[in-house]
Design a protein around this ligand. Structure first.
Ligand code: GLN
Length: 311
């Protein structure tokens, strides 16, 4: 009775929630100890359309850390803040085929792309170069404009990653010795760890994704958050590298630019159409949310959303 009176899209999202809730494979990330405390049962799906309507099913109001889903936004911000030439002089745009935390750089000793840790740390370094001590606050404010509300930080997750993040620190030093980072490595890493610990909900992610899908205009607030140029370049690297070493399979099967985070979020942005945010903390071996992938597969198939199948 509840469901028969609801819009078809909401009914479809609800059906996905019912179908995939019993899927309990995967594991909650615990290499950042604090992330291991997430409730593996949480499952939320939200979809925002470009007219500003937001659909929500399940645990869409539970806050979790944005983690790697911050990467596309900070890349877009770096393009607008420092200019494309500066950004592109130190960060590549080729898929790496490696896991997200790979320490391997490309033949020029630059990060392969801004969607893996090395490239994202380089982006945080560029923002730090431009904004100094105000870098993190500048990033937090910008992400808030994408979400349409002020976003907080999970201090416990931040502290947990900062205490244990030696691999990312090692990447930072490697970047500095190759002049990709020019500032103090520790300061840049603090910006990166803090940006990863920004708290979002599945609903926020849907609106942030819809802003990417809407050429940088938040469809709920109407604000132009970044330039259209930065958005198209960001969607490009999401298409080729957003799902790490699953990116090829992802774009082949699902065909929607996307980005995952080890907090359990997946963000998918279909240009001129919609933004999707899902939250479910159990991850597959690539670090992508198991249920989130299933939701995106089902959505793409049901509504025929593959980006290369347009008429
Ligand atoms: N903060 C995490 C890290 O750097 C982000 C990784 C991710 O979400 N894939 O390891």
């Amino acid at each position: 009775a509840w469901i028969s009176s609801k819009p078809p899209l909401l009914r479809f999202l609800n059906a996905c929630h019912v179908e995939f809730a019993p899927e309990t494979s995967g594991a909650v990330a615990d290499y950042i100890p604090e992330l291991g405390k997430a409730d593996p049962d949480h499952f939320g799906i939200s979809l925002a359309t470009l007219d500003g309507h937001v659909y929500e099913v399940g645990d869409t109001q539970i806050p979790f850390t944005i983690q790697s889903m911050s990467k596309p936004f900070v890349f877009a911000l770096a393009l607008d803040t420092l200019g494309a030439a500066r950004v592109e002089s130190v960060i590549g745009v080729e898929p790496s085929g490696d896991p997200f935390n790979s320490i391997r750089l490309n033949a020029e000793n630059h990060p392969f792309n801004p969607m893996v840790n090395a490239g994202a740390i380089a982006c945080s370094g560029l923002i730090h170069e431009a904004k100094g001590d105000a870098a993190f606050e500048y990033i937090r404010q910008a992400l808030g404009r994408f979400a349409g509300r002020e976003l907080d930080v999970d201090d416990a997750v931040y502290a947990s990653e900062s205490t244990t993040g030696d691999r990312n620190r090692a990447i930072g030093y490697l970047l500095r010795t190759n002049a990709v980072i020019r500032d103090n490595v520790a300061a840049v890493l603090e910006v990166y760890f803090r940006q990863c610990a920004i708290l979002v909900t599945a609903r926020d992610i849907a609106v942030m994704a819809a802003t990417l899908a809407n050429r940088g205009i938040n469809p709920v607030t109407g604000e132009q958050v970044t330039s259209a140029y930065a958005i198209s370049r960001t969607l490009s690297v999401m298409t080729s590298s957003g799902m790490y070493d699953y990116a090829g399979e992802w774009i082949y099967r699902i065909g929607i630019p996307a980005k995952s985070g080890v907090g359990g979020g997946i963000l998918a942005a279909l240009p001129a159409r919609l933004g999707l945010g899902s939250y479910s903390p159990k991850l597959d071996k690539h670090g992508n949310s198991v249920r989130g992938i299933k939701v995106c597969e089902a959505l793409s198939a049901h509504y025929d959303l593959h980006m290369l199948n347009r008429s």
